[in-house]
Design a protein around this ligand. Structure first.
Ligand SMILES: [Zn+2]
Ligand SMILES: [Zn+2]
Length: 214
């Protein structure tokens, strides 16, 4: 698999480019900004971007989604509960950064639990993982979990912003993440990658948590 991470924007958001290999269709997760560098990475690996996926509707994750979708003529995928951030052209963004969205994407596709977004042989399965925001989703493909601001190395996403719920977040972790294979690489929205095994062992919010058995 082709996987490249770029850290972009003022809040150092991780943007991921995934593809089955070089010279193939690709998906971009969290086009947070600096779209020229995203486009040049795509070109360098001869990737044909098929869609832009948003883990959730915070400006530090979606700021580049509109302009990139326009530049590449591809749809933006986001959960309906967070999609309002894309519909309002100059939204004040949920207390974060106080920024405004530069452009609204022309095509928005709402994703829900169990959906699959494909690029060639690469399929990303949608897990609805609310808590950080009501429409937070994680994207899973065997070996990798792109979880946005659900889990970070040693921490979890904030739940004090609008629509956030610590209870929901912990339930998302228990019911959607816990039972994935322990060697799953977690690709978070901020900070370094980690593994599920590592977080179960060391993340103070996860240590002692049980899976879906409550
Ligand atoms: Zn966020
Ligand atoms: Zn974030």
């Amino acid at each position: 698999m082709f996987l490249e991470a770029l850290t972009v924007g003022m809040l150092a958001t991780n943007c991921y480019i995934l593809a089955p290999g070089r010279g193939s269709p690709a998906l971009v997760v969290d086009a947070a900004g600096e779209i020229r560098s995203i486009v040049s990475r795509l070109q360098r690996a001869e990737l044909d971007c098929k869609g832009i996926l948003c883990t959730h509707g915070h400006v530090d994750h979606v700021a580049g989604a509109g302009p990139l979708s326009e530049a590449l003529d591809v749809p933006v995928y986001i959960h309906e509960a967070d999609a309002g951030v894309l519909a309002a052209p100059r939204t004040k963004l949920m207390g974060l950064a106080g920024g405004t969205l530069p452009a609204r994407p022309r095509r928005v596709v709402h994703v829900k639990e169990g959906d699959e977004v494909r690029a060639g042989e690469l399929a990303l399965r949608v897990l609805h993982t609310p808590g950080h925001t009501p429409g937070s989703v994680s994207f899973y493909t065997p070996g990798y979990l792109l979880c946005g601001d659900l889990i970070f190395q040693g921490s979890i996403g904030r739940t004090d912003l609008r629509g956030g719920s610590l209870r929901e977040l912990m339930r998302s972790v228990r019911e959607k993440v816990w039972d994935l294979p322990d060697d799953t690489v977690i690709l978070p929205g901020h900070g370094p990658e980690t593994t599920l095994r590592e977080e179960k062992a060391r993340n103070p919010f996860l240590v002692g948590l049980r899976g879906s058995a409550r």
